[in-house]
Design a protein around this ligand. Structure first.
Ligand SMILES: [Zn+2]
Length: 360
């Protein structure tokens, strides 16, 4: 037990210590310039149907194959609500269509690293994840470790620990994972912040069962709107990830007490730019701004005194907040609170579960 605690602590210290934030330089911006992972570049031509892979949909008895369901965001599981027809299931990445197939319709597209980095994780077992065979590459940018994730591969050529340059082939497109067939072969691509190095502890406490993927489980990754990032970088090649994140729409804010022992949240040690320089300000609490999907946009000191995480602001909508927030927020209009799922999510993000097992 002590042994494993020590190991976790070492992992924690190592992963948190690697990336001091330094001032943005032109080189730093260049380093953060991402390229497309396949030769499909229709994201830039405005032909979404050629870029995104469709899903099979049956909504209110009407079958369709919308390519828009391959986009990032709340694009799946439509529901008719007081706010009109909305997608209630979040898609954390983008599904890129193959451009080349063999005679048997297998995709032939090579998958390339979108930026230089180190292969942090390879899952070679199709059955152990909804992502099928997938690769995670760690990019040690000056804004902290960022993770690109490439899923549903037919085979992986990259090896764990291998350094890769931008554009280096890491595998081949496929259709491994849940709910896919040969026709719907695609690359699922994400660009993520890592939520917590102690994901395994959180997983054991709340979910149980076997976690095959350690910290590189998709549940421990907060995916940003990578399609919007590609398009914004096309317009402004010097755009950095922190600057992009600050433009993302906020859906709700959560106020939570600072750790009693004065420890900084681990996510802030990895991504101190989230505080926009206000980390040291004395305050009893933090306020975290989230997009609808729970991506943290900003973390600022708050003078409000709270005993446990609470919603302090929410976007107004007529339908249930749970439809818009992956079920993390419940209520309607200005009435909103964290669901049990939402509380568990805040625990994962802030790491507060590590001290006494509670959120209080
Ligand atoms: Zn996908």
């Amino acid at each position: 037990m002590m042994q494993s605690l020590r190991r976790i602590l070492l992992m924690f210290t190592a992963a948190c210590a690697v990336n001091p934030t330094v001032a943005q330089t032109p080189d730093a911006a260049k380093q953060q310039k991402i390229i497309l992972p396949t030769t499909n570049n229709h994201i830039f031509t405005g032909e979404g149907d050629k870029f995104y892979m469709y899903v099979h949909r049956n909504f209110e008895g009407v079958a369709s194959k919308p390519w828009t369901a391959g986009k990032y965001g709340f694009v799946r599981n439509l529901k008719r609500t007081e706010d009109g027809v909305i997608g209630t299931r979040f898609h954390e990445g983008i599904d890129i269509k193959p451009l080349n197939r063999d005679r048997s319709n297998n995709p032939l597209d090579e998958i390339k690293a979108i930026a230089a980095g180190t292969v942090a994780y390879v899952n070679s077992s199709s059955s152990r994840s909804n992502y099928g065979k997938y690769v995670v590459i760690e990019h040690l940018w000056d804004c902290g470790p960022i993770y690109s994730l490439y899923a549903h591969l037919s085979n992986v050529s990259a090896k764990p620990g291998e350094r890769v340059v931008q554009g280096q082939m890491i595998g081949q497109m496929g259709y491994t994972g849940a709910g896919l067939n040969r026709e719907r072969s695609h690359l699922h691509l994400e660009l993520n912040l890592m939520m917590n190095e102690q994901f395994t502890q959180w997983h054991n406490k709340h979910l149980g069962g076997k976690n095959y993927h350690g910290m590189h489980n998709g549940m421990n990754m907060a995916g940003l709107d990578i399609a919007a990032f590609y398009i914004a970088q096309k317009r402004d090649p010097s755009l950095t990830l922190p600057r992009f994140v600050r433009t993302q729409p906020v859906y709700y804010k959560v106020t939570l007490p600072r750790a009693v022992d004065g420890k900084t949240m681990c996510i802030l040690r990895r991504y101190p730019w989230l505080t926009q320089g206000t980390e040291k300000a004395k305050s009893p609490s933090w306020e975290i701004s989230f997009t609808a999907s729970g991506f943290p946009v900003a973390i600022v000191p708050s003078q409000r005194v709270v005993q446990s995480p609470r919603i302090s602001s929410v976007r107004k909508c007529r339908s249930k907040h749970s439809y818009h927030t992956k079920g993390f927020v419940i209520g309607t209009g200005y009435r909103a609170s964290l669901s049990d799922r939402g509380k568990r999510f805040i625990e994962l993000l802030t790491g507060s579960f590590e001290s006494d097992g509670g959120t209080e």
